[in-house]
Write a protein that binds this ligand. Structure first.
Ligand code: PLP
Length: 389
């Protein structure tokens, strides 16, 4: 019989994060693995969706997204960043930023192209690059600040490099790239005539009064940047699947073609609801930060008390934890112990690396109710007793 499964698909594994969620359910553990909130989405956004369905916005939208939502996104960028995008030609609504990323990769990559990905990475970028026929090239971020080394980044650019993917704020580390770093990345993109694809899904979740800088706003970058983002995280609606890609007109028209044949359009009533709420009261965004900052501090307080070494996040809602003091051979063994014996699930660190560099790390997320974080935290305190630290 002929080989049934494609060569490309054999090059990557199933999502480890979803596997951890499954294990967590099986052993009734507190799930700090998968990055979705366990608290309700805000009423004002839920009511907008109900209204949109009642108003019969129930058929396909334009394939590249409802005009209202594209206009609202363009207004948001003007209001927040004083940066203008043409909603007619430069914005494409997709089924989540996940689809925006893969449609973008498929729109610009050819076989033999290389894509630079910082590691640790959000697990979709490698498979996305491979499905688009290209090759991921990894550049390490080094703890505790999760900085890259300039010479390693410079060396990663070759004649074959087509794009670099930049996730800022960064999952899993919580790093927020500094303006100087962005300027350096921009300089290398321009020098090597490469695109930047920025995953900015956590742009509104940023702590300690830091600011989010658009790579696209750095001189010479607007014409070579694809911004990928969405509403999943900002409005706690990960199941709605509303994301978008913003790119120069020529690139956007290629993204729109891919998106059309992959999914036709994002859910129409939910696009309508998002259009109505995106430019909501500034207080919403301030409270979002305040609430997540509090959740971060609850979790890291328990980590301190349980004897974990960790890297305090400046953005997003994850914390990377060093487990080397616990004496386990690797992250999977530690995670099995943590789920089965302690009752808390996280994600093994190696799933954020292409090699075994993450095998003494794990990631927890804190996009959970405070009571969930206290429940997990109290269980983690037992580690101090077990290991007499
Ligand atoms: N990008 C990053 C960095 C993420 O952490 C996630 C989800 O965890 C996504 C993208 C997926 O976003 P969406 O729900 O818009 O597909």
């Amino acid at each position: 019989m002929k080989e049934i499964i494609s060569q490309k698909t054999k090059l990557f594994c199933e999502s480890v994060i979803r596997e951890m969620t499954r294990l967590s359910r099986e052993f009734n553990a507190t799930n700090l693995a998968q990055g979705f909130p366990d608290f309700p989405a805000p009423d004002f956004i839920k009511n907008s969706a109900i209204e949109a369905i009642k108003r019969d916005i129930n058929q396909y939208s334009f394939t590249w997204g409802s005009t209202k939502l594209r206009r609202a996104i363009s207004e948001k960028y003007m209001k927040k960043y004083n940066f203008s995008f043409d909603h007619e030609k430069e914005i494409t609504i997709c089924c989540g930023s996940t689809e925006a990323m893969i449609s973008s990769l498929m729109a610009v990559l050819n076989p033999e192209d290389e894509v630079i990905i910082f590691e640790p990475f959000y697990e979709n970028y490698g498979p996305g690059t491979i499905l688009a026929g290209a090759k991921p090239v990894y550049v390490k971020l080094y703890e505790p600040e999760w900085n890259y080394k300039r010479d390693e980044l410079e060396k990663a650019f070759t004649d074959k490099t087509k794009a670099i993917i930049l996730n800022n704020p960064h999952n899993p580390t919580g790093k927020v790239f500094r303006r100087e770093e962005l300027e350096e990345i921009a300089e290398l993109c321009i020098k090597n005539d490469c695109l930047a694809i920025t995953d900015e899904i956590y742009e509104h979740i940023i702590y300690d009064e830091r600011e989010h800088v658009l790579l696209s706003s750095i001189k010479g970058m607007k014409e070579r940047t694809i911004i990928v983002s969405g509403l999943s995280k900002t409005f706690s609606i990960t199941g709605w699947r509303i994301g978008y890609a913003i790119a120069p007109a020529e690139i956007s028209s290629a993204i729109r073609k891919v998106h059309d044949f992959l999914t036709v359009c994002a859910p129409a009533p939910l696009q309508e609801a998002c259009a109505l709420v995106l430019n909501t009261n500034e207080d919403y965004y301030k409270d979002l930060i305040k609430n997540y900052e509090k959740k971060r501090d609850i979790l890291i307080d328990y980590l301190d008390k349980s004897g974990f070494k960790y890297f305090k996040p400046s953005g997003a809602y994850y914390v990377m934890v060093d487990i080397s003091d616990f004496g386990f051979p690797n992250d999977w063994e530690f995670m099995k112990f943590l789920i089965m014996e302690v009752g808390v699930a996280g994600v093994p660190g190696s799933s954020f690396y292409h090699d075994d560099s993450g095998d003494q790390k794990i990631r927890f997320c804190f996009c959970k109710k405070e009571e969930t974080l206290h429940e997990a935290g109290k269980k983690l305190l037992r580690l101090k007793e077990i290991f007499k630290k």
